[in-house]
Write a protein that binds this ligand. Structure first.
Ligand SMILES: O=C(CO)COP(=O)(O)O
Length: 250
């Protein structure tokens, strides 16, 4: 199972230190049961990288689509590699919506980051309007296709299914809703990429995951972990890490 803590654009230096201390002291299942990755604003990456326990890893929340250069305000994949940051989140719905990142642009970013040696959490997910129109799978498939068209080696890719209507709203997808999309996504990978990629690619769920709902969600056959936003800033994130035990014993 994979648990990804996504702090988004939050945290002061003091808060970051506090959360790192809590994480460092937590008794959690070992790395072979749960992989924990903490995703931070760029400015905190070096601090957290140097103070976080070594069995937890760090991620950036974005990187530039190609080699660095005259791109004011951007951070390149090469810079992350140079700082020894192993993971990056790409295509988060907040960036797709607020910064107009298209499926193709996200696909290009994923391909470039992978080529530099980063591991990628690629986010997909539909809006409420799209779900109500019955186009959830069309949307998610189109987002995934833009990645599949550009990527041949999937071993460093994790897909995060994050229904936009469940992000930061407290409206979590029901375990059945999450399972349905994860299952469809896996079938899509099977048909359009390969059986092996479908079987081995981790598909994690994000959207109002908390200490109370993580066990049932994580118990679903095709839910391989979580991308946690709001709850990653609270002590209940330890409970979410521990929910990985449910999967192990399932
Ligand atoms: O967007 C998310 C993680 O990337 C989910 O955020 P919340 O857990 O706050 O709903």
């Amino acid at each position: 199972m994979k648990i990804k803590y996504h702090w988004k654009c939050n945290g002061t230096g003091e808060e970051v230190k506090k959360i790192v201390n809590t994480l460092n002291e937590a008794q959690v299942p070992s790395q072979d049961v749960v992989e924990v990755v903490v995703s931070l604003p760029y400015v905190f990456l070096p601090l957290v990288k140097s103070t976080l326990r070594s069995d937890f890893h760090v991620a950036a929340q974005n990187c530039w689509v190609k080699k660095g250069g005259a791109f004011t305000g951007e951070v390149s994949a090469e810079m992350l590699v140079n700082l020894d940051i192993p993971w990056v989140i790409l295509g988060h719905s907040e960036r797709r919506a607020l910064l107009n990142e298209s499926n193709e642009f996200v696909g290009d970013k994923v391909a470039y980051a992978l080529a530099q040696g980063l591991k990628v959490i690629a986010c997909v997910g539909e809006t409420l309007e799209q779900r109500e129109a019955g186009s959830t799978m069309d949307v998610v498939a189109a987002q995934t296709k833009a990645i599949a068209d550009r990527v041949s080696n999937w071993s460093n890719v994790v897909i995060a299914y994050e229904p936009v209507w469940a992000i930061g709203t407290g409206k979590v997808a029901s375990p059945a809703q999450a399972q349905e999309v994860h299952d469809e996504l896996r079938k899509w990978l099977e048909k359009n990429v390969s059986d092996d990629v479908a079987a081995t690619t981790r598909i994690i769920y994000g959207g109002s995951v908390n200490g109370g709902n993580c066990k049932e969600l994580g118990g679903q056959a095709d839910v391989d972990g979580f991308l946690v936003g709001g709850a990653s800033l609270k002590p209940e994130f330890i409970d979410i890490i521990k929910a990985a035990e449910v999967k192990k014993s399932a």
